[in-house]
Design a protein around this ligand. Structure first.
Ligand SMILES: [Mg+2]
Length: 224
């Protein structure tokens, strides 16, 4: 096996929290305000895609053309504007089982904790803010860094080294996520992945998708 793991990189949606549909609702409100179309991203995109991809694919599907740069920037801004409210007001927002205990334990154990998420950076922090979880994460790779999950995972790893002033190799990191996209992204960066089958997928499905480890809840702890 690889050397000791020192950095743990967490996906957000379906892994640390679920917003209870607040993300999709914020896109719906943004498309409705700008174009009079309450677009449902769930019809055109799937879980684990990056925000820029979600916005672009949905735009192309409902407006039958590519967004111009200016209108895409506007769409991203309107979406973030609504996200503050939809997250705050979501009745089904919840922290996934075992998360707070696990993060606390990992910190005490001296691990470096970061984020790897398809959310643009601001969206990631808006979503984590309601549960006061931002404090655990001092770096990350976001959908605003790259639309490719492998690329943004590599960026997260690089930032771990920058923030902590020590080289962190891929073999010293572990990605924790809930979809096959997380597994692919981790492997593209040369990092092992723990699949958490607590939301969109089961542990078996994530194992089939190539996850190096699969658990059904973070309450089980990580294979460290
Ligand atoms: Mg996820």
């Amino acid at each position: 096996m690889a050397g000791e793991r020192v950095a743990i990189l967490f996906d957000i949606d379906g892994t640390l929290i679920t917003t209870g549909g607040a993300g999709a609702e914020s896109w719906r409100l943004a498309f409705n305000e700008l174009y009079g179309i309450p677009a449902d991203i769930g019809q055109f995109t799937d879980a684990g895609m990056t925000d820029p991809d979600v916005g672009r694919k949905t735009f192309e599907a409902v407006l039958k053309r590519e967004p111009e740069r200016k209108e895409f920037a506007r769409l991203l801004e309107r979406r973030l504007n609504y996200l503050h409210t939809t997250v705050e007001e979501s009745k089904d927002y919840r922290v996934m089982p075992g998360v707070e205990e696990l993060l606390q334990k990992l910190l005490v154990g001296g691990y470096l904790l970061g984020l790897v998420t398809g959310n643009v950076e601001a969206a990631a922090h808006i979503k984590l803010h309601r549960a006061r979880l931002n404090r655990f994460f001092s770096f990350g790779g976001y959908g605003s860094d790259a639309s490719d999950r492998g690329e943004l995972t590599k960026i997260a790893l690089k930032r771990a080294s920058l923030v902590y002033g020590e080289e962190v190799a891929a073999a010293q990191a572990l990605v924790v996520g809930d979809t096959p996209h997380d597994v692919e992204g981790a492997h593209a960066a040369g990092i092992a992945c723990v699949g958490v089958g607590a939301y969109h997928f089961t542990a078996d499905q994530l194992r089939e998708a190539g996850a190096d480890y699969a658990i059904s809840s973070l309450a089980e702890g990580l294979p460290l």
